[in-house]
Structure formats: C-alpha cells, structure tokens
Design a protein around this ligand. Structure first.
Ligand code: TYD
Ligand code: MG
Length: 458
C-alpha cells in the first residue's frame, strides 16, 4: 500500500503543492497553503475504493449456514453469447472479452446491450475508442435505430465511475480497458499499471453495487503484456474471440467462468448487419472439396457441449537442411511429438520434410483427440493419396504409440453419421455399443494399426 504523504493545500481553491509556498501556485492567493495528507490511492472517499467494499466484516459461518442461492442471470438475447456466459449476465459479475482488433467485440456487445435494454435492464456503454457518433452509426448499421442503450464517450476512470454512480445502470460495458486511465497514476493509458488499476476499480464497483461489468480487452501484439491476460485472475468470466478476421465465422470461447462451464463455445457469423448466432455449427469448418484431396482428414471435435467437424489439412514437402514444422490452430509441440511417434511406432518418416498443418476456418483446437486426424492427414500428404470419401477420425495418441479414447465418442460418431460421413477410424475403447447406420467404424489400438488400416482402404 502507498505510504501517506504530506502535501500543502490551498484553503481558498483546494489546489495542492508538494512543498510550502507563500503564494498558492493554482489561484495565486497569499498565505493560504496549509499542510494536509495526501489521499492514499485506492483508499479515497470514493465509495468504490478500498478492499472494504469487497469484504464487509461479516461473522464467520460454516458453509452449511451460508445461504447459497443460485445466481440470477439475465439473457442477452444473443443465444450463442448466453451459452458461453452460462445462461446470461450475472448481477455484479465481471466479464472480460478479449480478441484481436476488428474481430467483432464492439459489434457483439452493442447487440447484446440492446437485447439487455429490451429486457428491462438499464445499460451504459462506455466507449473510449470511438466517439458517440461512431457508436450510433454502428447501431444504425445493426438495425438498432431506436435503441435506448445509453452511451458515454469517456476515458477517465473517475468520470466513468461518477457517471455510473449517478445513472445506477444494471450493466456497464467498458470498451476498451486499454483506453481508460485513472488520475491517480501517472503512467500512460494502456500500460499494465493503468489497465490493472482501472480494472480493479471497476471490479470493486461491480461487487459493491451489483452492476454487471463487461470489459473489452484487445489482445496486443506483445501478447500477454498489458493485454487481457493480466486481468484474467480479477474477473469472473473470461471470453476470447477466435477465428480469422478474413473469414465469416467467429468463435467466442469461455476460458474461465465462475458462473458456468469453461471451454463452451459460441459460434457467430459476421454479416452485413452484425453478428448472427450459428445454432448448428457442426459443418461450417469443412472446406467443400468435390473430390477428396491428399493431406486432408476430417476431425470430430467436441468443443464445450457440441460436437463439430473440422477439416485438418497437412502439407508435407521436401525441406532444407533444417525442415520446418508449422501449425495453424493446433499446438506445434504436439505436432513435433506426433511426428516422432509416427516415425518410431509406424515407420513413417518425415525427418527431411517440411510439415505444415492447419485447422480450417481459423478455429483453434486444443484437445488431444485431434491427434489421430493430424497423423492421418500427414500420412495422406506424404503418400500423395487422399483418404476415402466421407472419412472421419478422432483419438488421442500417446508416446508409446497407443491410441487412447476420446471423451464422449458416441456423440462424435452420431454427429458424423448425421452429416453423412460413412467411415471412421477411432480408438477401440470408443467402440459404439450398437452398429451405426451408414457409418463403417474401424477400431484401432495402436498408431501402426491406424496407418495400416488406411493403406488397406486403398
Ligand atoms: P468491431 O466490432 O468494431 O471489432 P472490435 O471491436 O473487436 O475491434 O468489428 C469490426 C469489423 O466487423 C469491421 O471490420 C467491420 C465488420 N462489421 C461487419 O462486417 N458487419 C457489421 O454489421 C459490423 C457492425 C461490422
Ligand atoms: Mg471495438
């Protein structure tokens, strides 16, 4: 905590000076400076500051004694957003939405705020990046011509808090946390100190007043520094936008949620009139080849509660003295591991080859169940032979060359069958209990079996 500091204030104008002077530097009056104590930053009379707001001294009680009611949620009307939030906006909850510039954060929040306003909540949209007119222009484009969402174009935290105090809104959006600054700090807006301090103030305000706060954070070029990551521990819910700004689809993923499930994803399509939820996203990450091509394998991945089919592409090409291994949307270390397993346990060598893998559509895949599909696409590219038409795979691969089961295999298979896929290579432990109509299932226990199985299908 900052130490108390003495300074001298003018009894006439309230101006301050670090040392005693005969004449007030602010108003020019003589003999008006008196010694006073500087307010400790964070412990001012402001009703939001000080940790006291977070923890009013309550008596100790056992867990059983404390009344635990389920939190009330207000849906935003954007179903895909509500899905990642765990049902809607929670009173006093703090949500951080991160993502690259231009991916659609402001668009989504404006739409969501309008939905909340319509359901009777008082909403305040604080914009530090755009003028009120620009926000209004966007709202027209989104077809929200008569929206009652209140807009404040302001970047000074104290003024924002004063406005919140006056208007008492139910939800506040701060777009973005990197543009706001507090008077109590001298560092520039967007610096780690400012971003942290401002987020802490807004969080305390949320907890003490019950106002829900949504913070927008740009993922900066430097990655973690001063970006949304420094705030993750402070907030209740962290959502990240994924996807390629050049493609139509955007994914919003919950990576932390005190009020719901993590890893749940919401899928949106960016249209002329804003973001539209995609309620059945299972087939959007497939590139539509008319005939199968080498180096492509469809993976059934389970993101949150919904299975999705994603095409994994690989290109293996002769490389230089130090061949490259690059991956887009998949973990690069995992790729290196899979190449080693392929070599050691299935005799497929790519040592002198460049290997590139890509998950189609800018989707990021973190689950290990993608391993088998990555491996089969690499093998397919290396051989220059496509996998059979209507082919899917999933399963985790271990360092000993074993193929491990993926969670909820039945659901994955059902989704693939529903979309007309006809063949699957999956871990033996995921064997369906009864045959699936239209889907031939090949069960494998080891990597070499999977590789051989594909060769046999030629
Ligand atoms: P924006 O919400 O401003 O991104 P962020 O706040 O994350 O920086 O979205 C910007 C992009 O979305 C911009 O390139 C234009 C596009 N867009 C549409 O395609 N349709 C629309 O209706 C709107 C409002 C934006
Ligand atoms: Mg924006």
């Amino acid at each position: 905590m900052a130490k108390e500091k003495t300074l001298f204030s003018c009894t006439d104008c309230g101006g301050n000076s670090p040392k005693w002077l005969g004449k007030c530097p602010s108003c020019g009056a003589w003999n008006t400076l008196v010694e006073s104590v500087a307010e400790i930053p964070g412990a001012s009379k402001n009703r939001y500051s000080g940790m006291a707001a977070l923890a009013p001294s309550a008596a100790v009680a056992t867990l059983a004694e404390i009344e635990a009611s389920d939190v009330a949620r207000t849906p935003s009307g954007q179903e895909e957003l509500d899905r990642v939030l765990g049902g809607g906006i929670v009173e006093g909850g703090v949500v951080l939405i991160g993502g690259d510039p231009g991916i659609g954060k402001s668009t989504l929040l404006l739409q969501a705020m309008d939905g909340l306003q319509r359901s009777g909540m008082r909403t305040l949209y604080v914009t530090g990046e755009e003028s009120g007119a620009q926000v209004a222009l966007r709202s027209r484009r989104l077809g929200l011509d008569h929206s009652q969402v209140q807009v404040l174009a302001e970047t000074q935290l104290e003024k924002v808090l004063a406005t919140v105090d006056k208007l008492q809104p139910d939800v506040v959006v701060m777009d973005s946390i990197q543009t706001v600054y507090s008077d109590q700090l001298t560092s520039a807006p967007g610096s780690v100190a400012q971003v942290r301090e401002c987020a802490a103030h807004l969080t305390r305000m949320a907890k003490s007043t019950g106002t829900a706060v949504i913070l927008v954070g740009h993922v900066t070029k430097e990655g973690a520094l001063a970006g949304p990551r420094v705030l993750e521990h402070m907030v209740d819910t962290v959502l990240y936008f994924e996807g390629d700004t050049h493609s139509t689809y955007r994914l919003v993923r919950a990576i932390k949620n005190r009020f719901g499930a993590v890893n749940e994803i919401g899928v949106f399509a960016m249209t002329e009139r804003g973001l539209k939820g995609v309620s059945n996203p299972s087939a959007i990450f497939l590139s539509q080849h008319s005939e199968p091509v080498p180096g492509s394998c469809v993976l059934v991945t389970l993101e949150g509660t919904r299975p999705m089919l994603v095409e994994i592409q690989a290109l293996v090409d002769s490389g230089g003295p130090s061949p490259r291994r690059l991956s887009v949307g998949l973990d690069r270390d995992r790729l290196a591991m899979l190449l080693a397993v392929l070599h050691r346990h299935a005799g497929v060598a790519c040592m002198d080859q460049d290997v590139f893998v890509n998950a189609v559509g800018g989707v990021r895949i973190s689950e290990p169940a993608a391993d088998l599909a990555v491996m089969l696409s690499i093998q397919s590219s290396l051989r220059g032979k496509p996998l059979p038409k209507g082919f899917i795979a999933f399963g985790e691969v271990g360092l000993a060359g074993e193929v491990r089961p993926a969670p909820r295999g039945q659901e994955r298979l059902r989704e693939a069958a529903k979309l007309g896929f006809s063949q699957a290579i999956i871990p033996k432990a995921n064997a369906p209990k009864k045959p699936m109509e239209g889907l031939t299932v090949h069960l494998v226990e080891r990597v070499d079996e999977a590789i051989q199985c594909v060769r046999d299908l030629d």
